[in-house]
Ligand binder design. Structure first.
Ligand code: ZN
Length: 292
């Protein structure tokens, strides 16, 4: 259990560990939510380290590598698309639910649940969504069904795509980002969906007409978020698309508003082998090796 601050969650965690083996996943989620609410109450006196991730895309090998590499953390914020594309949808949902977390839903989660018309997807994405629909067990389906595509949490806006169109919009450029700064009320908004780590910064007092700045993500370096407003994307765990095949994620110190982009290598070939076994589209298998 990666909870690091005994002052925050020790009592609750010990109880959680004891009960984990004998309670249902639904009850487990309720206990985790209690931990989170208690932790939020003491937010100002104890440092909280959050693992921020997005777009796991049913890639268990990548997800496990991220959990291992992240070290101690208190809580996960998952920005959606837990499933779709990859070979391990049920396993990834189950693994996420073992951790203290909250998650959003993304367009691929919706596709696998039948909430979207698959004609809006390209052929490979559609084939993958149809395969995922057939694989999904009732527990994973029920869990994903109830997730929102955006929410405000501890003073942060979380959205899968963008705050103004949480399911579909891609924030890939400063113009789109600038328009979205008017669509959320908090200082910081975290998004996923593009599979590309990114940082957009609006200086204090910039006003509505000024375009935001793009800040190139620096790996393993602290980014201080104490001034201005921000839209930040941690990149994708299970299907990076920035030319780097390593799983992408971030750590956030909630108290000090300190963000750190991270990458970790994972056994891509293992995920590719499992995709081949399941007959998933060749192009989706190939692209993992190139981070495209
Ligand atoms: Zn995605």
């Amino acid at each position: 259990m990666p909870l690091r601050d005994a002052r925050v969650a020790g009592d609750y965690t010990t109880a959680l560990e004891t009960r984990k083996a004998c309670i249902s996943p639904q009850a487990m989620q309720i206990v985790q939510n209690v931990i989170h609410s208690r932790a939020s109450i003491v937010w100002n006196v104890s440092r909280m380290r959050y693992l921020v991730l997005s777009d796991i895309h049913a890639n268990l090998a990548a997800f496990e590598a991220v959990l291992e590499d992240a070290g101690d953390f208190d809580f996960i914020w998952c920005l959606g698309d837990v499933i779709g594309y990859g070979p391990d949808p049920n396993e990834c949902v189950a693994r996420l639910r073992e951790c203290p977390h909250i998650s959003l839903s993304g367009n691929h989660d919706w596709a696998a649940l039948g909430k979207l018309d698959l004609r809006g997807f390209n052929t490979d994405a559609r084939l993958s969504a149809e395969w995922t629909q057939k694989q999904l067990d009732p527990g994973a389906r029920a869990y994903l069904h109830d997730l929102p595509p955006s929410r405000v949490e501890s003073g942060y806006t979380l959205a899968h795509g963008s705050p103004r169109q949480p399911v579909w919009e891609y924030i890939l450029d400063p113009v789109t980002a600038t328009l979205n700064f008017g669509a959320f009320d908090t200082v910081i908004c975290l998004v996923g969906h593009t599979h590309i780590p990114a940082t957009y910064f609006m200086p204090e007092g910039a006003g509505d007409r000024r375009r935001c700045q793009v800040r190139t993500p620096q790996l393993n370096r602290s980014l201080h978020l104490n001034s201005g407003r921000w839209i930040i994307n941690p990149g994708s765990v299970g299907q990076p698309r920035d030319g780097n095949a390593d799983a992408s994620y971030a750590m956030l110190d909630l108290d000090e508003k300190r963000w750190e982009f991270r990458r970790v290598r994972y056994p891509v070939k293992e995920t590719q082998r499992r995709m081949r076994e399941q007959g998933l589209p060749a192009r989706l298998i190939e692209r993992l090796a190139h981070g495209q």
